[in-house]
Design a protein around this ligand. Structure first.
Ligand SMILES: [Zn+2]
Length: 142
């Protein structure tokens, strides 16, 4: 899973670089079903239900757009508060268009950048963390 995301290139100053393999970065006039010409909202809309290879392609496309912004915001947050709570993770995930069923890749990507401890999502999951429940409780989803 991580290895797939790793096919793009991450750098904490320049962000996540990834070229869509399907359209070779052209975006296919916004019609490419793996990147939608880097239309973030459209990508996230499809990412909710996408599976397999397309799931990873859409995730990588999304991160190439907002990855650096997400990283920078999480870093500022962490520097200020010391660490992210599960509620913070849910709030940030929703803020960037990642729905409850996609908090995992959001968190795993942050783990991969080193901004949150590696394995933290699995740890939370083992302790019964349910993004949907937390988001519902916080009024983040209707
Ligand atoms: Zn594409």
């Amino acid at each position: 899973m991580m290895a797939q995301v790793n096919k793009g290139k991450w750098h904490p100053e320049t962000g996540y670089t990834y070229i869509c393999w399907r359209c070779n970065g052209s975006g296919g006039n916004g019609q490419c079903c793996d990147c939608y010409g880097l239309d973030y909202n459209r990508i996230m809309q499809e990412f909710r239900t996408a599976r397999g290879k397309r799931y990873y392609a859409l995730l990588k496309a999304a991160l190439s757009i907002k990855g650096l912004k997400i990283y920078t915001e999480v870093k500022a947050f962490r520097d200020q508060k010391g660490k992210l709570s599960p509620a913070d993770l849910c709030r940030l995930s929703i803020e960037y268009g990642f729905p409850p069923n996609r908090v995992k890749p959001f968190a795993e990507w942050l783990e991969e950048t080193g901004i949150i401890p590696s394995g933290i999502y699995q740890y939370l999951q083992r302790r019964g963390f349910k993004p949907m429940k937390v988001m519902d409780k916080l009024g983040l989803i209707s």
